[in-house]
Write a protein that binds this ligand. Structure first.
Ligand SMILES: CC(C)(COP(=O)(O)OP(=O)(O)OC[C@H]1O[C@@H](n2cnc3c(N)ncnc32)[C@H](O)[C@@H]1OP(=O)(O)O)[C@@H](O)C(=O)NCCC(=O)NCCS
Length: 378
């Protein structure tokens, strides 16, 4: 078999056939199962979007009701997982905790040893419900607050906010989070989804695949960027700095500005369009204007200076902060949504599996290099 060398970071390499998500990076188009993300953000819900990703088409009213009910009924967390969450040091970041707890979930999953399509769909429901619960419950535990029971009558977004805050969320907050969850639900072969597919393709289990995906999402070049954006805005605030001067200095220091640039999009990330609009609206409604205003100034400067566009992570930072969400929950919230896409990809991978095992271009010492006995080494 012949081999070809891929560019660094596998840029431009097509590594799988997939019917889940299509992106045109030059035109700024993102679609799930062929449906434009703008349509979904305007009209859909997270539940409907997850159905679409998992089943290939939109549900009718009965299918959507049944799907939403199944997801709500899956909002159960084994008490031993809650004990585990209580045992972690309060200094543990929610993302580390999520990664560890999701790994532990398989120990208590009824379908632990079943890797069939149907079992993985059942596990996808449970994982989608449980990821949101783990993020909310750990936040309550670390703050010394009582755990809030899941409310099966609320939507996925509404229940997450309810379990996080212990207060019935406003319609604006619920719809804002719901749209954010739709926007983050899938993105083709991004780093975490690729990691999930590589793990699934060994015929390991979906919990292992999702645990690996969470580890990949955590990094600041991927999902961790939304937290990094907010930490930058906080640093600007603390220093009393001018936001544009601050990022100008970052660029002069050869630092990357989180929330800008993308491997695939060469124009505006269509998800950023919605997050910018929501951030602006929330800033007007709440009167907390500085995060949006500074973000906009930074965006205009980086556009003009570096020809880089804001990505999904840039305005999610100011959006979540204006909603009152802690910064270290931003990347876990990305996972609360992306679990839908990871599940769809793991199931698709296993429906037509082959081990994913590429080659490396060897650049080490020449072969054969001598084995020098220990006594003769300097
Ligand atoms: C997303 C990202 C990892 C894509 O990486 P990539 O495709 O490997 O692109 P590169 O890192 O090689 O960047 C290409 C060029 O643009 C510059 N660039 C890319 N993103 C930049 C950013 N956010 N700030 C400043 N410069 C940036 C790079 O420095 C590089 O310049 P050079 O050719 O002069 O060295 C990258 O844009 C980045 O690190 N962005 C910040 C983190 C982030 O927001 N991640 C979330 C992505 S959704």
């Amino acid at each position: 078999m012949s081999t070809a060398t891929a560019g660094k970071g596998l840029e431009g390499i097509v590594a799988a056939n997939s019917g889940i998500c299509w992106i045109d990076g030059d035109a700024g188009i993102l679609s799930y199962r062929g449906i434009d993300i703008h349509e979904l953000a305007s009209h859909s819900t997270f539940e409907e979007t997850a159905y679409l990703l998992w089943n290939g088409g939109l549900p009718n009213a009965t299918e959507l009701r049944d799907f939403s009910r199944s997801l709500a009924e899956a909002r159960v967390l084994d008490s031993r997982i809650i004990d585990l969450l209580r045992s972690f040091p309060r200094t543990g970041t929610p993302m580390e905790v999520l990664r560890t707890a999701v790994s532990a979930l398989s120990l208590y999953d009824a379908d632990e040893l079943d890797n069939t399509h149907d079992a993985n769909v059942r596990k996808a429901f449970r994982l989608t419900a449980q990821v949101a619960m783990i993020v909310a419950i750990y936040d309550r535990i670390r703050k010394g607050k009582p755990i809030v029971e899941a409310d099966k009558n609320l939507t996925h977004a509404g229940n997450f906010l309810w379990m996080l805050t212990g207060e019935k969320p406003s319609e604006t907050a619920t719809r804002t989070l719901d749209i954010a969850l739709i926007l983050h639900a899938d993105h083709e072969l991004n780093a975490s989804t690729f990691a999930a597919r590589v793990i699934a393709a060994t015929l390991s289990d979906i919990h292992s695949a999702v645990t690996g995906a969470i580890g990949a999402l955590k990094g600041p070049l991927h999902g961790g960027a939304n937290e990094a954006v907010m930490r930058m805005l906080f640093a600007i605030d603390k220093a009393g700095a001018d936001p544009v001067e601050y990022v100008k200095q970052m660029l002069a220091d050869k630092k990357k500005v989180s929330g800008f640039g993308h491997r695939v999009y060469k124009t505006e990330d269509p998800r950023a369009t919605h997050l910018r609009r929501m951030s602006e609206q929330l800033s007007k409604d709440s009167g907390i204007t500085k995060w949006y205003d500074w973000s906009r100034k930074i965006e205009l400067y980086i556009n003009a200076e570096k020809k880089l566009n804001a990505n999904v992570d840039f305005y999610s930072a100011s959006t979540y902060t204006t909603l009152g969400i802690d910064v270290d929950l931003f990347t876990p919230i990305f996972a609360v949504s992306r679990i839908a896409g990871w599940s769809a990809h793991v199931i698709e991978q296993l429906d037509d599996n082959r081990l994913i095992r590429p080659r490396a271009e060897y650049i080490g010492p020449a072969y054969p290099s001598p084995y020098v006995p220990l006594a003769q080494r300097g």
